[in-house]
Unconditional design. Structure first.
Length: 149
């Protein structure tokens, strides 16, 4: 095939490759890789945006770059959406991610894992059996007006 179509340009070759290899399984793998690759602060935003946009164009060629923002978590997604409009380019998203990452601490907090906490110590026996005299004294006290006497 290469010998016959040697003078063809890249868009023609790209369309031929897509016709040959774009099948259901291939699309499913690209979709899963797009959904599983979430943005985290330790990743480089330019590499991540470029990789995700290539996957997005392979799966949904007509989709806008705004769908990339669904792969960013909570507060960071909100901060990025507030800083640009709906018709932004891929460069705008990457620059905004870089800006938010450098200027704020959004997304840097990692929640504590329950396994990292120490086990709760049982109450000591000597405190459980303490007499409750103080409770009885408080109950006997009568409330009175401090102004009238």
């Amino acid at each position: 095939m290469k010998e016959i179509h040697i003078r063809r340009n890249w868009p023609w070759w790209k369309s031929q490759i897509i016709q040959k290899y774009r099948r259901g399984t291939w699309i499913w793998h690209r979709t899963m890789s797009f959904k599983n690759d979430k943005y985290s602060v330790d990743k480089d935003p330019y590499e991540w945006c470029l990789r995700q946009s290539k996957r997005l164009k392979a799966i949904y060629p007509q989709m806008r770059n705004h769908k990339l923002l669904t792969q960013i978590s909570g507060e960071l997604e909100h901060a990025v959406k507030c800083r640009h409009n709906q018709n932004c380019t891929l460069d705008d998203i990457a620059n905004t991610l870089q800006d938010v990452r450098k200027r704020t601490n959004i997304g840097t907090f990692t929640p504590y894992r329950s396994s990292s906490f120490k086990e709760k110590q049982p109450c000591r026996v000597e405190f459980k059996d303490k007499p409750k005299e103080r409770v009885a004294e408080v109950a006997k006290k009568k409330n009175s007006c401090h102004n009238c006497g």
